[in-house]
Ligand binder design. Structure first.
Ligand code: GLU
Length: 500
C-alpha cells in the first residue's frame, strides 16, 4: 500500500490495553489473525497489555470447539495474550456468556435513566415498518414507536404473551467517530435507529456487550476490521448513555482478493483459515510477516520483517485506509524464505511429521539419512508439505513414471527407447561394479561412460533420474543415487528397462 501516513495522530498517554474479541463461530480467519497481530504489536510496541475476550453471546452459533481452535491458532502464531481467554486476569471473566449479570445491571441503568426502552413489536410488525421505511426512502428502518408506550399498551402486550426487546434511544445530536486510521467523521443521528441491545430471549447484543466490556476492561484502543465501522457510533452512543469512557478506535481495511472481493470463508474456503497454513507446513513467522503487510507498510520497499522488527516498527499511522490484497504467491515466497533460513536439522524436525502422516516413515532411526535427504532437496520447499512429492521416491519404489518426462527423455520412438534401454543397461553394469557408492565415485564413473561413448551427459542423467524417481526434476542425481544406496538403485534400473 502506497499511502501517506494518516493525519490523526495516535496519542498514547495511558498504559495501552487492547483486545481481540473473536466470536467463536468457526476457525480463525486470516483477517482475524491480522486483527490479533495488529493489536498484539500495538501492545508490545507500547509495553501494553493484550487481552483475548471471547464474544460468545450468540449462543446458537458459538462452540467450545471453535474457541479452542482460535486459542490454538493464536498460540501457533505466537500471539500470546496477557489476560483473558483461558488465562483469566483482573477484569474477568473474559468470556461474555459468563458476564450476563454485568450486562443486566447496565441495562437496568439504561432503562431507569430513560435511555432505553422495551419494544414489543413483533417480527411481522417490524417487517412492515421496514417495508414502509424502504418505500419512504428512510435510512433508518425502525421508527421508535415503542419509545412512549402507555402502561395500558404495555399491559396489553404482556397479556398477549409478547416478550419485549430492549432498544437504546439514539441521540438527536451528531455522534463524532474519531478514527485513528480513517480520520474523524460526524454521524448524522437521522441515519441511526434505536438499536436492539437485548433480544426478546433476554440475551444482550454485541453492540452493548462490546462497549461495556471495553470500558470495564479498561481498553484504551479498539483496533478491528472496517466491517465494524457501522457499529462504532452505536457503541459510542451506548457508552455516552451509560457515562462510560470511550476508547480510541482504529478500523483496519478489509482483506480483499485480487478481484477486489472481500476474502471470506464462503468464497475462498479454507484459503482464509489460519489452521490450513499450519497443516500445510507454513511457518508462523511467514504467516505473521504476510499478515502484517495486509494493510500496513513501513516503506515502499521492505517486505521481510522479523517479529522483533515488527514490534519496533509497527504503528497505526502507517495502516492504509483502503483494502489490502491477499496474494498467496507472496505468502509462498515469504514461507520459502523463512524455511531457507532454518538449519537442515530444524527443517528435518519440521518435515518429519509430514513424512509420518503420509506413512513414509514410522520411526526416525535413520536421522542422518533423513537430514541428508533434506539437504539434497535444498531450497526447493515452498511449504513443508512439499517434502512429500519431492521425496516420496526415497521411501518407496511404488511410483509411476511421469508420462511427460518419459516422452521427453526416454523417447517417443521405438528407436529412441531402445537407445535409452541400452544406456540404462550400461549404467546398471557400471553401478554394479563401482567400488563404492558415494557421490564422487558414482559421478566419475558415469561421466567416464558418457564421455567415452559420446553420449550426451544430460540424456544419460535424465534417463537414470526417471528410472530412479519417476520424474525429471529434483535434487542432484548423484545425491539421489548415493542416498538411495546400491541395493535400491540396482533394483530400480532393471524395473525401468523392463518398462521400456
Ligand atoms: N466479536 C466481534 C468479531 O468477531 C468483535 C468485533 C470487535 O472487535 O469489536 O468480529
Amino acid at each position: 500500500m502506497n499511502e501517506t501516513p494518516n493525519t490523526s495522530t495516535v496519542v498514547v498517554t495511558d498504559t495501552v490495553r487492547v483486545r481481540m474479541a473473536p466470536s467463536p463461530t468457526g476457525f480463525l480467519h486470516i483477517g482475524g489473525a491480522r486483527t490479533a497481530l495488529f493489536n498484539w504489536l500495538f501492545a508490545k510496541h507500547h509495553n501494553g497489555t493484550f487481552i483475548l475476550r471471547i464474544d460468545d453471546t450468540d449462543m446458537a452459533r458459538s462452540t467450545d470447539e471453535s474457541m479452542h481452535e482460535i486459542y490454538t491458532a493464536l498460540q501457533w502464531l505466537g500471539l500470546a495474550w496477557d489476560e483473558g481467554g483461558d488465562k483469566g486476569g483482573p477484569y474477568g471473566p473474559y468470556v461474555q456468556s459468563e458476564r450476563k449479570p454485568i450486562y443486566d445491571a447496565y441495562v437496568t441503568q439504561l432503562l431507569e435513566t430513560g435511555n432505553a426502552y422495551h419494544c414489543y413489536c413483533t417480527p411481522e410488525e417490524l417487517e412492515e415498518i421496514r417495508a414502509q421505511a424502504r418505500a419512504d426512502k428512510q435510512t433508518r428502518s425502525y421508527d421508535g414507536r415503542c419509545r412512549e408506550l402507555t402502561s395500558e399498551a404495555v399491559n396489553g402486550f404482556t397479556a398477549e404473551g409478547r416478550k419485549p426487546t430492549v432498544r437504546i434511544k439514539m441521540p438527536d445530536t451528531p455522534i463524532l467517530v474519531d478514527d485513528l486510521v480513517l480520520g474523524s467523521r460526524n454521524i448524522d443521528p437521522a441515519t441511526l435507529e434505536d438499536e436492539v441491545i437485548v433480544r426478546s430471549n433476554g440475551m444482550p447484543n454485541y453492540n452493548l456487550t462490546s462497549i461495556i466490556d471495553d470500558a470495564e476492561m479498561q481498553i484504551t484502543h479498539v483496533i478491528r476490521g472496517t466491517e465494524h465501522l457501522n457499529n462504532t457510533p452505536k457503541q459510542i452512543a451506548i457508552a455516552h448513555a451509560l457515562g462510560l469512557e470511550v476508547p480510541q478506535f482504529a478500523h483496519i481495511p478489509l482483506v480483499l482478493d485480487s478481484s477486489g472481493r472481500k476474502m471470506s470463508k464462503r468464497h475462498h474456503g479454507d484459503l482464509v483459515a489460519v489452521n490450513r497454513y499450519r497443516e500445510q507446513g507454513y511457518l508462523p513467522e511467514a504467516v505473521l510477516n504476510f499478515v502484517a503487510r495486509l494493510g500496513w507498510s513501513y516503506d515502499d520497499k521492505q517486505e521481510i520483517f522479523s517479529v522483533d522488527e515488527l514490534i519496533e516498527k509497527f504503528d497505526l499511522e502507517r495502516v492504509g485506509k483502503s483494502g489490502s490484497v491477499f496474494d498467496i504467491k507472496k505468502l509462498e515466497w515469504l514461507n520459502s524464505h523463512y524455511i531457507n533460513q532454518l538449519s537442515i536439522s530444524a527443517r528435518t524436525d519440521a518435515v518429519i511429521p509430514f513424512w509420518q502422516a503420509e506413512g513414509l516413515i514410522n520411526s526416525i532411526e535413520k536421522r542422518d539419512w533423513l537430514e541428508n535427504i533434506v539437504e539434497a532437496v535444498g531450497e526447493r520447499l515452498t511449504t513443508f508439505q512439499d517434502i512429500i512429492p519431492q521425496t516420496r521416491y526415497f521411501f518407496t519404489d511404488a511410483f509411476e513414471y511421469e508420462p511427460k518426462a518419459v516422452k521427453k527423455w526416454w523417447g517417443g520412438s521405438e528407436e529412441k527407447r531402445e537407445k535409452t534401454s541400452e544406456i540404462l543397461t550400461n549404467l546398471l553394469q557400471i553401478l554394479e561394479e563401482v567400488p563404492s557408492f558415494d557421490v564422487e565415485t558414482v559421478e566419475t564413473a558415469i561421466w567416464k561412460y558418457t564421455d567415452e561413448n559420446d553420449i550426451k551427459r544430460v540424456a544419460a542423467m535424465q534417463a537414470l533420474r526417471i528410472a530412479l524417481t519417476g520424474t525429471s526434476f529434483g535434487p542432484s542425481l548423484f545425491d539421489i543415487v548415493a542416498l538411495l544406496g546400491r541395493d535400491e538403485v540396482l533394483k530400480r534400473i532393471p524395473r525401468a528397462i523392463a518398462h521400456l
